[in-house]
Write a protein that binds this ligand. Sequence first.
Ligand code: SAM
Length: 246
Amino acid sequence: MDRNIHTVDDVLRLLDGLFAPEADRWTADGAAWWDDFYADRSRAVPFFAAKPDENLVEYLERDLLGPGRALDLGCGPGRNALHLASRGFEVDAVDLSPAALAWAEERAGAAAARVRFLPGDAFALADGGALRGPYDLIYDSGCFHHLPPHRRISYLALLDRSLAPGGHFALTCFASGAMGSELDDADFYRQSRLHGGLAYTPASLRRIFGDLTEVELRRMHDESPGSACFGEPFLWTALFRRDARP
Ligand SMILES: C[S@@+](CC[C@H](N)C(=O)[O-])C[C@H]1O[C@@H](n2cnc3c(N)ncnc32)[C@H](O)[C@@H]1O
């Protein structure tokens, strides 16, 4: 007889377990799925190209972000982490997938970029103190929409713990009507699946990140294959700022 629910973390783990094992893209057990995803680097996956997000490049060009300490959350092969390092940020970059981090480390070596790569589940690492915040920028390109609804609690706790007062949080995620599943939150649990990721509306993002101040929320620009930047119009790009008062 199981009576093991004592804490919010126990509830979060219980909810993780309601999903089919093959649907897991967000816990340590999901690392193997991502390793397989990154195994063939020649696949035509848009974000495999070693280019930074166009919105990140633009924030920096517009001086919306000053140099400081940055965390790339779910960094994959490291394209945005490397761009931040090249712009003078001291960068930590975390990912579940050892294959992604091996690729990112190769890229960092080739570019002589200094990035501290951390393997593992960002939420477990944040809880264990391995993420050495506070960060002036937390950047997430494409990780948040792979989380089940209840892990937004872990995500907001990570932001609360790790984002410096006055710091920025930037996100790209699936745009409703263009990409991602439009199911209601509860239906993901009923179906034990996330269907490749969750779609978000601007209103849902504003509500979820309502403790932060919105700087900009727009669709990502459609960048041509020859562009120096990555850009896909099925994504939202959002930039939020934390109040400077602690
Ligand atoms: C769609 S990929 C995006 C990769 C990278 N940000 C990019 O845009 O090139 C999402 C990444 O999030 C990572 N991820 C998912 N859940 C995570 C977690 N709990 N902790 C750390 N990384 C996670 C996956 O391993 C995967 O590499």
